[in-house]
Ligand binder design. Structure first.
Ligand code: HPA
Length: 247
């Protein structure tokens, strides 16, 4: 049976419209996830919600226990995961508050526990990561965004940076040359860990600023706050629309 989880990112520490059934503290062999798992329903569809940065938004991107998060979701029977993400826009069409459903990833992170493999003498398997995201969930997200007429970019390359600082203009130029169209700090290793455990995973990103060096006025944190509100509103409507039709 299918069961979906939403991993909420910056600005999304709960899902309005979600009826709450129970909170579940889960412990995994990798430690505790970022927050209790909130079990509930959106539009009649059973959902598990996990706040990636903790309930009070205290866990920065490089300190998130990605392994515990993904393992905990898998242990409670989750089969599908949508990772919500606030991102910077690199490509010209990735403008403030638009929704982006990326189809590729370039990983620039380092020093994160990025695999479930590695215990001594453990047998390991490689994963195919040619297409890092679930095409089924991506299609559902894209058609739901289209039916709501949301500002949407239905493809893109998510460049995952280490954070928590934002990038330099030269770093963004390099990422653009590499082919990145959006930049965020939490997309990896979340996506590849989900693949290692056989979970269907997709990213639903919202642009909250133009990336470093992309606008002469520079990055304004008050603008980010404003765009976050608009972006979160879009993404919450999108998830509700998608789930109203089931998985
Ligand atoms: N860079 C990296 N992560 C981000 C950004 C950015 O510009 N905006 C939101 N998350």
């Amino acid at each position: 049976m299918s069961k979906i989880a939403i991993i909420g990112g910056t600005g999304v520490s709960n899902m309005p419209g979600m009826t709450l059934n129970h909170r579940e503290m889960v412990k995994t062999i990798y430690g505790a996830p970022s927050s209790p798992l909130i079990n509930g329903e959106i539009d009649g569809c059973e959902v598990v919600f996990l706040a990636r940065h903790g309930g009070r938004h205290t866990i920065p991107p490089h300190m998130v226990n990605y392994r515990a998060n993904i393992k905990a979701l898998s242990e409670v029977g989750v089969t599908h995961v949508i990772g919500l993400a606030a991102v910077g826009g690199i490509a010209n069409d990735c403008v403030d508050q638009c929704v982006v459903i990326p189809d590729q990833i370039i990983d620039y992170t380092y020093g994160r526990s990025h695999t479930f493999h590695g215990a001594k003498h453990d047998k390991f398997e490689h994963i195919d990561f040619t297409q890092p995201y679930s095409s089924h969930i991506r299609d559902r997200l894209i058609s739901s965004a289209q039916s709501l007429n949301l500002p949407l970019v239905d493809h893109g390359v998510y460049g995952a940076t280490q954070g928590p600082r934002l990038e330099t203009a030269a770093e963004i130029k390099r990422m653009e040359n590499d082919g990145c169209t959006i930049v965020g700090m939490t997309g990896m290793p979340e996506a590849s860990l989900a693949r290692e455990l056989g979970l269907e995973y997709a990213c639903c990103a919202m642009v909250v600023n133009r990336a470093a060096g992309k606008v002469p006025s520079g990055i304004s944190f008050s603008e980010i706050e404003k765009n976050l509100k608009g972006g979160v509103d879009h993404v919450q409507k999108l998830i509700a629309e998608m789930l109203s039709k089931g998985l």
